[in-house]
Design a protein around this ligand. Structure first.
Ligand SMILES: *Cc1c(COP(=O)(O)O)cnc(C)c1O
Length: 364
């Protein structure tokens, strides 16, 4: 057994998914057709925003969003090291410099109280990551951004449908980047991504950037861009799955509630939810000082767990040039040695989950 498996969901939705494939293949238009347009307007509407640009994956969603917001060479972007590496890879890809603040020891989210001290004259952007399915408090970041003339890009790759004080993730930044990598809360059958914004100019820039730098059907490059289009096939599948997103989230919450119920009396540290947050449980991250032993013992019983993430980005060889050392971000570093993720997906059967719980209780 693994932390994620899409086959039960596919078998339940097979007819609809195959119908989506047939619809696209019969449509006569395979790139930037009706399905991409339809998905874009429906995904924007789900967030109460005016614009969504579909792109090829979440990493490029962040990269293109930074460029569309005017973030580039030498600009500093304040984010966290306790994130998926692509958050930082995308910052690096536009020539900007990632600057890390530590995370909160309870929620593992960006410690927003540390952001003000990290701002320098070169700071251009604040990039909170709504990690594991729960939202960072963007309100204090907005106050800082307004005071210092910065833009906010939300990394929503793990937080489709998550809310904080009733406000949906992706609707408060200047732009928000999403991934539809298959494991995500809204996952495609392959790669996909999107950028949300309410700003007309940012949306226009995104559409050019994903299409070589040209206005579609006006074949002149003004500023060279990329080829980062969302695939028509993935868009149609995402469109069908978007209608079920609230159901997937409810399914994840039910799995989380069963874990909390069954493991509350153990010495595992279970996920903490900030007041006012509606967690969507992209991953169910627990913590224990004997993490490596526990993972090995579970693997011996056929239960294979993941760690999100075992190596903080600032300690990776590829980011050594940023000048961080062991000890630079103590909370992030300590977490990386103690956290692990239990199987979490909406179609996880009660039977499978009970097996995880009983093996885990035995090992603990
Ligand atoms: C998955 C993920 C990404 C990258 O998305 P891809 O579609 O895999 O490129 C970026 N940031 C975070 C926080 C993620 O979880």
């Amino acid at each position: 057994m693994h932390v994620w498996d899409y086959l039960a969901e596919y078998h339940a939705e097979r007819e609809d998914i195959l119908d989506a494939v047939e619809q696209v293949f019969e449509s006569g238009r395979l790139i930037l057709g009706q399905s991409v347009l339809g998905f874009e307007s429906e995904f924007a509407a789900y967030h109460g925003l005016r614009h969504c640009a579909g792109v090829d994956n979440g990493t490029n969603a962040i990269k293109l969003a930074l460029q569309a917001l005017g973030v580039g060479k030498g600009d500093e972007v304040i984010t966290v090291s306790n994130t998926a590496a692509p958050t930082v890879v995308a910052i690096d890809a536009v020539g900007a410099v990632p600057v890390f603040v530590d995370v909160h020891p309870g929620t593992y989210l960006m410690d927003v109280d540390q952001v003000a001290a990290a701002i320098t004259p070169r700071t251009r952007c604040l990039l909170p990551v709504h990690l594991y399915g729960q939202c960072v408090d963007v309100a204090p970041l907005r106050r800082l951004a307004d005071r210092h003339g910065l833009v906010i890009l939300e990394d929503c790759a793990q937080a489709h449908g998550a809310r904080r004080n009733g406000v949906i993730a992706g609707s408060t930044g200047d732009a928000a980047a999403f991934s539809f990598y298959p494991t995500k809360v809204l996952g495609a059958y392959g790669d996909g991504g999107a950028v949300l914004t309410d700003d007309d100019a940012v949306d226009r820039a995104l559409r050019r950037l994903r299409y070589y730098g040209m206005e579609e059907r006006y074949y002149v490059v003004e500023t060279p861009g990329h080829n980062s289009r969302l695939d028509e096939l993935q868009a149609e599948i995402l469109r069908r799955k978007l209608r079920r997103l609230d159901g997937y989230i409810a399914g994840r919450r039910a799995v989380a509630a069963r874990y909390a119920d069954a493991l509350g009396d153990t010495d595992l540290v279970l996920p903490a939810t900030d007041p006012g947050n509606d967690h969507v449980y992209y991953v169910y991250v627990v913590r224990h000082p004997r993490r490596d032993q526990i993972i090995q013992a579970l693997a011996d019983e056929g239960v294979h767990l993941n760690i999100s993430y075992p190596w903080p980005v600032h300690t990776m060889t590829g980011f050594a040039h940023l000048g961080y050392r062991q000890g630079s971000l103590p909370v992030t570093e300590r977490l990386a040695g103690e956290i692990f993720s239990l199987p979490m997906y909406p179609s996880l059967s009660q039977e499978k989950q009970e097996r995880v719980i009983s093996v885990l209780r035995k090992v603990l």
